[in-house]
Design a protein around this ligand. Structure first.
Ligand code: ACO
Length: 436
């Protein structure tokens, strides 16, 4: 018997099957042969929320949740955060290797020259309600780009895909900044090609009447590091949406709008905004123990804690803690940090959190840092979506070029009625319907 196999005995029939094991997985389709008779559809797996199902083969991001390890294309996140720029990391995610100097120069040039939005897109954004949530504006405007670039539907053309990738990575900071300016009622600011990716974003967010915006270099670098940390995270909820929607060969603008919609949820990228609300609600350090008690009693969750994959300290949260200190040297300490540190200290010693392996995740400290940098909580998830664009697009490319992938279409376990007798409208009563 080959060693890399699984032997299954079906106790309903007494029949034995041998199934290959590859990369620690069995193919779900190999279970289909396990039947009780010719009429039987065959065995399926039932896995709500994909707790134990690999949906793809991927060479982009590696996570070891027990050890707290995160690597992009084999490089540890800590090294990339310290030594690279975000656009260098985006290149790595998309093309599989770090760029050489000339490659990086071209890449930065290409992205920088795709930052402008069509004037019709600007007009589209002007139509949003004056105080609309920036994430709603972001999602809708990314989807609307599908109308500006109808050529994007040619998803099997590699050079066309590259053009859409450059457009999206170039334009998301512009859309994000306009969402913010619209929300606060300021005029939109056009991109400035003299500035780097993070500086230009700051320019579009915060330039007022000065002729040229000058970004604080420490804040710009911190923002760039945050972009690196958020660039990809393998098959999370948003990326799964990206892959699932684009498996129908939907264009990347519409697919990415669905990925960003998933990210907007409070259990996903929306958690950083919720962390700030939570810290405001707690109010002061001395109220932390009472708050933790309520979490333990199941009244609510401790936002920014826990992760489906990490059962250890999220490595991104560690880098953010360090990065926050650099930002606070420029901006002064955010008073909410004291409450957050106390929450972390108590939670990490408490049996409830220890037993469930609940540690701070990426969202726990990022909000405090964003707020110190001058961002309002409504912008936090948008800030997450900008860099995640690189990851979503890398995953999209991988999906499109993977010969094994097809339209994503899960199965279900049907729990409804069997075939029923139709009851005409005039004879419908609850009793007649129940009898049917
Ligand atoms: N506070 C209190 N208890 C928690 C928390 C939390 N933040 N997270 C999980 N738990 C508890 C659950 O109640 C459950 O307890 P039980 O076994 O007694 O029922 C146990 O820990 C396991 O949690 P699950 O919900 O089964 O874990 P799952 O993997 O489904 O959820 C998730 C992961 C959604 C991130 C969850 O931990 C959570 O809601 N955290 C708060 C929101 C958050 O910070 N989200 C950001 C995640 S990072 C990101 O998406 C960028």
């Amino acid at each position: 018997m080959p060693q890399n196999t699984l032997t299954i005995t079906d106790n309903r029939t007494g029949q034995t099957y041998t199934i290959p094991i590859e990369d620690g997985t069995i193919r779900a389709m190999n279970l289909r042969q396990i039947k009780t008779g010719p009429e039987d559809f065959g065995l399926m797996t039932y896995d709500p929320a994909f707790m134990n199902t690999a949906s793809c083969r991927s060479s982009i991001t590696y996570i070891d949740g027990d050890q707290g390890i995160l690597r992009y294309r084999g490089y540890p996140i800590e090294v990339l955060a310290e030594r690279c720029t975000f656009l260098e990391v985006a290149y790595l995610l998309l093309f599989g290797e770090l760029p050489t100097e000339p490659q990086l120069k071209n890449w930065v040039h290409d992205i920088t020259h795709h930052t402008m939005l069509h004037e019709s897109t600007k007009k589209f954004m002007e139509g949003f309600r004056y105080d609309g949530h920036p994430m709603g504006m972001f999602v809708s405007t990314v989807a609307a780009l599908s109308t500006v670039y109808p050529d994007a539907r040619h998803v099997h053309d590699a050079s066309n895909r590259l053009l859409q990738i450059q457009r999206l990575i170039g334009k998301v900071p512009s859309i994000a900044a306009m969402s913010y300016r619209h929300n606060v009622g300021f005029p939109y600011v056009y991109p400035d090609n003299d500035l780097n990716y993070a500086e230009n974003f700051m320019n579009m967010l915060w330039k007022m009447v000065e002729p040229k915006y000058v970004a604080n270099p420490a804040i710009a670098r911190a923002l760039d590091i945050l972009f690196i940390l958020h660039a990809d995270h393998e098959q999370n909820c948003g990326t799964n949406a990206m892959r699932s929607v684009s498996s129908a060969q939907t264009d990347p603008y519409l697919s990415m709008a669905s990925a960003a919609s998933a990210l907007a949820g409070p259990l996903h990228g929306g958690a950083n905004e919720e962390v700030l609300k939570m810290l405001d609600e707690i109010g002061s350090k001395d109220k932390v123990p009472a708050y933790i008690q309520k979490v333990k009693e199941g009244h609510f969750k401790l936002m920014g804690f826990g992760h489906r994959i990490y059962k250890n300290y999220d490595p991104r949260a560690k880098i953010i803690r360090w990065c926050a200190e650099q930002v606070f040297e420029v901006t002064g300490r955010n008073p909410k940090l004291e409450i957050a540190l106390e929450l972390e200290r108590i939670a990490l010693e408490d049996d409830y959190f220890v037993k469930r392996k609940l540690y701070p995740n990426v969202d726990f400290y990022s909000g405090i840092m964003y707020q110190a940098m001058g961002f309002r909580p409504e912008m936090f998830t948008v800030l997450f979506a900008i860099p995640r664009t690189a990851g979503w697009l890398a995953q999209w490319q991988e999906l499109i070029t993977d010969p094994e992938q097809k339209i994503a279409r899960p199965r279900q376990v049907y729990t409804g009625h069997g075939a029923r007798e139709f009851v005409p409208l005039e004879k419908r009563t609850s009793a007649a319907l129940a009898a049917g």
